[in-house]
Design a protein around this ligand. Structure first.
Ligand code: SF4
Ligand code: FES
Length: 246
């Protein structure tokens, strides 16, 4: 069977001064994604290689890597699309590397938590025996943003996050929109504090790489522009109107 070479980044920060590349020849099977090739390397050639994965079907968001310079899900990126190779496989950019292809995601998790990604309501006003019904069109308002799998490809593609890791970033803003646009939620004003501060939506220069990188069609760049409109509108109201009229 024909083979293809993967040039894979290897790095142990405790002992190495810089990443190096190691080459592996793997079978060029038509149905193999990069992740299948990495699993072949791990099982047959080199058990020391480290990388994350779980579902193998574009759902868990854990297998993001840089493939030939582009942030990709390794389970959804096929060897044949990069033949004849070699294929360069590196960790996602803009994140510290823990080992080989495994990146540190703590900062990303904090950013997701900062936008309070849950339904916020004053439950004292709710009738506990009734449901909060939603029409299909109300669901459509936020459904796109709920498709995010937290793969971090958008952060890896984002030049603003690359320069300033304090920027809250594309997926966190899309996640805030997922709840702000939910008809059951009353937390938009609380999230606005995070979205409109110095490291919030205004950091985005609308390069749009996040939307191009997103494997789930979330369009985080669009979410950021919508959030900017709301933030600008609220700032204008705060400036022009007395409190009771806002
Ligand atoms: S917005 Fe898209 S690219 Fe960003 S984390 Fe969510 S699914 Fe991944
Ligand atoms: S292994 Fe779950 S998204 Fe790729």
């Amino acid at each position: 069977m024909a083979e293809i070479t993967l040039r894979v980044s290897r790095y142990q920060p405790e002992t190495d001064t810089a990443p190096t590349f190691q080459e592996y020849a793997v079978p060029l099977r038509e149905d193999w994604a990069i992740l299948d090739a990495l699993n072949y390397i791990k099982d047959e050639l080199d058990p020391t290689l480290s990388y994350r994965w779980s579902c193998r079907m574009g759902i868990c968001g854990s297998c993001g890597m840089t493939v030939n310079g582009e942030p990709k899900l390794s389970c959804g990126t096929f060897l044949v699309d990069h033949a004849p190779g070699p294929i360069l496989v590196e960790p996602l950019r803009n994140f510290p590397v823990i080992r080989d292809l495994v990146i540190e995601m703590t900062d990303f998790m904090h950013k997701l938590g900062a936008v309070q990604p849950w339904i916020i309501r004053d439950e004292t006003e709710d009738d506990p025996s009734s449901e909060l019904l939603q029409t299909p069109s109300q669901l459509d308002d936020y459904k796109q943003y709920s498709m995010c799998i937290n793969c971090m490809l958008c952060y890896s593609a984002c030049p603003v996050y690359g320069l300033d890791s304090a920027f809250i970033g594309p997926a966190a803003i899309a996640l805030a929109q997922r709840y702000n646009l939910d008809s059951r939620d009353e937390g938009a004003a609380e999230r606005l504090d995070v979205l409109s501060d110095d490291e919030g939506v205004w950091g985005c220069t609308f390069v749009g790489e996040c939307t191009r990188a997103c494997p789930k069609g979330v369009d985080p760049a669009g979410a950021i522009q919508r959030a900017k409109l709301v933030a600008a509108n609220e700032a204008m109201k705060a400036f022009l109107l007395p409190k009771w009229a806002r």
